[in-house]
Ligand binder design. Structure first.
Ligand code: DC
Length: 206
């Protein structure tokens, strides 16, 4: 079966958690596309040019230590605004999406650019404050001096860049289902996503 679940939305809205849970539930392969841009950013920090880094990206680059830091996130958002960097990463994502057995991809432009024909598209959002609180809980374990206000500022700066860039800006596809996780537990958000996908699979069989 070829079946693609496209999940987009801003940072820390819960899309990664939902994407992983949905992939586990249905036995689909999962690709966190943010890691591609984070992998490129890490190579840029090593001294490479962004375009060369994107062209040279290999799967091991997405397994490096330190990809999840705020610094790498900001630089990932900057390199992601460069059209040749995005162009170098499209084929890998599209090939992954159409693998046999079902796939889940999460990112910013999956439903709009990478997989406009995905069988189902979700756009996951949450209020800025809720997102900042979640991200702060994650990051403050390693960085106890970090404040929630700093995290909020970092998220807003990254969202603004991701939304305002000319190429593949972050936005919901016209046919995406909107899922606001601000007041939902993880279980409730995952349940909503799983039910929506089950319905879509059911329609395909009908
Ligand atoms: O999802 P994330 O926070 O790991 O993504 C890091 C950055 O990568 C994000 O700020 C913008 C960019 N990105 C993108 O432009 N397109 C994607 N499909 C995924 C991420």
């Amino acid at each position: 079966m070829i079946f693609t679940v496209a999940i987009d939305g801003p940072a820390a809205a819960g899309k990664g958690t939902i994407a992983k849970a949905v992939a586990d539930h249905f036995g689909f392969a999962y690709l966190d596309t943010g890691l591609l841009y984070r992998g490129v950013a890490k190579k840029v920090l090593d001294g490479m040019e962004p375009i060369d880094a994107a062209r040279a990206l290999i799967p091991q680059d997405m397994e490096r230590q330190g990809l999840r830091t705020a610094k790498v996130g900001q630089l990932a958002s900057k390199v992601a605004a460069m059209p040749p960097v995005r162009a170098a990463l499209i084929k890998f994502q599209q090939d992954f999406a159409r693998r046999e057995g079902g796939t889940v991809l999460d990112g910013r432009d999956i439903g709009t650019v990478i997989c406009p024909d995905a069988e189902i598209k979700l756009y996951v959002v949450a209020s800025d404050e809720v997102r900042a609180h979640r991200r702060w809980l994650e990051l403050s374990e390693r960085n106890p001096d970090l404040t929630e206000a700093e995290v909020l500022q970092e998220l807003r700066a990254r969202d603004a860049r991701d939304t305002e860039r000319a190429t593949a800006p972050m936005k919901p596809a016209a046919d995406a289902l909107l899922l606001d996780t601000s007041d939902l537990t993880i279980e409730a958000a995952v349940k909503t996503a799983v039910e929506a996908i089950e319905n879509r699979i059911g329609q395909g069989r009908a």
